[in-house]
Unconditional design. Structure first.
Length: 60
């Protein structure tokens, strides 16, 4: 899985209330969703690799 590096990120939004609290809540919600998808993808890749190796071990 290639790594992504963000060098510059600018976010602008207008909300009612405490901007920092709203941003933190939304960021946490979405970063957790992204992390779950990423972890699931990595788990599928590991499972697929394990399945591929299963047949190779029988030939040894």
């Amino acid at each position: 899985m290639p790594k992504v590096t963000i060098h510059h990120l600018e976010v602008r939004f207008q909300v009612d209330g405490d901007d920092g609290a709203v941003f933190t809540r939304l960021f946490n919600k979405h970063i957790q969703a992204w992390a779950k998808l990423y972890e699931d993808q990595c788990a599928r890749a590991r499972h697929t690799e394990t399945e591929r190796r299963f047949g190779d071990q029988e030939a040894l």
